[in-house]
Design a protein around this ligand. Structure first.
Ligand code: AMP
Ligand code: MG
Length: 414
């Protein structure tokens, strides 16, 4: 399935080609578990859910007003009906309405059987126990029909749906209190690099703080992911072999950062080649050139570049869709739009770039984007200021102020 090729010899791969290759290799999870509705937010439905009841369940009023029968209405003339009771939400009118009678009704209250219309309270005049209806009173208005939202037996949420707050509300409205969801996937993350120090310890010469595990932990904050943080693994063959093989036994996915470039990647590459089926790719994108993908036993492995901005871009463009596929969720794609660039952007032809930008919208709805600052793959501060990628195609050789560019806001999927 997966062939190993050296980083140096392999041609540069586009993001789309890498995504397609990975997509073909991933087998989505199909083990499911029953969870209480209150624990189902963000989980993926293992089977479609249908409604056992009509929604609404009973005919009810869409307004505060008066319920009456259209049989009491005469040719658009004003008319008067006797008020004989009230239908409250949760406390329906119990009596039998006769011809010439109406009831006070509140939003959500069940309509008495003999009525088919509701007039808004603002449109009538009440004199003691009589309600005066105006000329041209409309009939069959302000009534919520049985099953108008969801007819009994019809689909509420489709298999593969990642449940949102609204989905939970919809399922609850149909009285559903447990759902069958696909199991969460187990993901191990670690950083590699002799230079990495943990926050909370003073830096020694040559050290930097390990920021990537915080990035990955945040990016993986999702009810479909159980994340194990395996810390920092030194650039050391036995330690790496042990970490990879142990983690592969009880995780669905391993994601590492660092050790991916040609110079210091030797151990990672050597170890992975020995313990799995791995590709070492040079991606035609900036930032984020080197990427490792493959399997160690039944576990998928993603090796991301060490530079934090490269790690974020390769995670979002390559790993995130793969994880989404693995969870069994229906695939979505990031929203992209066109904006007018208000900064000069430098670029040379050859690689697709994901520059970090700040997207704004003016009072007429027009989109503008400016550079978020320095574009080096180590520049976390600009990434932190950014709210979007400015996607520049491979052949682009720079952008002038006023040019139209393609923009992808962070975290808006459709
Ligand atoms: P590498 O991919 O190991 O060659 O690392 C590329 C760059 O990313 C180097 O400057 C590393 O020091 C840096 N780097 C690697 N891992 C991390 C990490 N976990 N946190 C922050 N920077 C890192
Ligand atoms: Mg390194």
């Amino acid at each position: 399935m997966i062939d190993s090729c050296s980083l140096e010899k392999s041609p540069m791969l586009t993001v789309d080609a890498a995504v397609n290759h990975i997509q073909a290799a991933i087998r989505p999870i199909n083990d499911s578990e029953l969870v209480a509705l209150e624990n189902a937010l963000g989980r993926v439905l293992a089977e479609s859910v249908y409604s056992h009841i009509n929604l609404p369940h009973e005919r009810n009023s869409a307004m505060d007003g008066y319920a009456f029968s259209s049989h009491d209405v005469l040719n658009g003339q004003p008319f008067t009906l006797a008020l004989v009771g009230t239908s409250w939400a949760g406390k329906p009118f119990q009596g039998q309405l006769q011809c010439g009678q109406c009831v006070r009704i509140f939003t959500g209250a069940v309509l008495p059987e003999q009525t088919d219309s509701v007039i808004m309270q603002e449109h009538i005049q009440r004199k003691a126990d009589h309600i005066h209806f105006p000329a041209n009173t409309k009939i069959q208005q302000n009534v919520r029909a049985v099953g108008e939202d969801v007819p009994q037996g019809s689909l509420l949420c489709v298999q593969g749906k990642k449940l949102t707050a609204v989905d939970l509300a919809l399922l609850a409205s149909a009285g559903i209190n447990t759902v069958n969801v696909l199991r969460a996937i187990n993901i191990a993350i670690f950083s590699t690099g002799d230079e990495l120090a943990a926050v909370g310890h003073p830096l020694k010469t040559g050290q930097i703080y390990d920021s990537n595990r915080y990035l990955l932990t945040g990016l993986l904050n999702d009810p479909c992911y159980n994340v194990t943080d395996l810390g920092v693994i030194a650039d050391n063959k036995p330690a790496l072999t042990d970490a990879f093989t142990t983690a592969a036994k009880n995780h669905d996915v391993i994601i590492s950062t660092g050790g991916a470039s040609v110079g210091d990647a030797d151990y990672v590459k050597e170890v992975l080649t020995e313990c799995g089926q791995i590709n070492f790719w040079k991606l035609a994108i900036k930032p984020g050139k080197p990427l490792t993908f493959g399997t160690i036993g039944a576990c998928y492995f993603f090796g991301l570049p060490g530079n934090p901005v490269s790690a974020q871009v390769t995670f979002q463009k390559i790993v995130a869709p793969a994880l989404q596929q693995l969870t069994g969720a229906a695939m979505t794609q990031s929203l992209q739009l066109t904006a007018i660039c208000t900064s000069l952007l430098k670029k040379s032809a050859g690689r697709q770039e994901f520059q970090r930008g700040i997207l704004t919208q003016n009072e007429h709805g027009k989109f503008f984007v400016s550079s978020a600052g320095q574009q080096g793959s180590n520049i976390l501060s600009a990434l932190s200021l950014a709210n979007c990628y400015i996607i520049l195609p491979s052949e682009c050789q720079g952008v002038e102020v006023g040019d139209k560019v393609l923009v992808e806001p962070f975290s808006v999927a459709i």
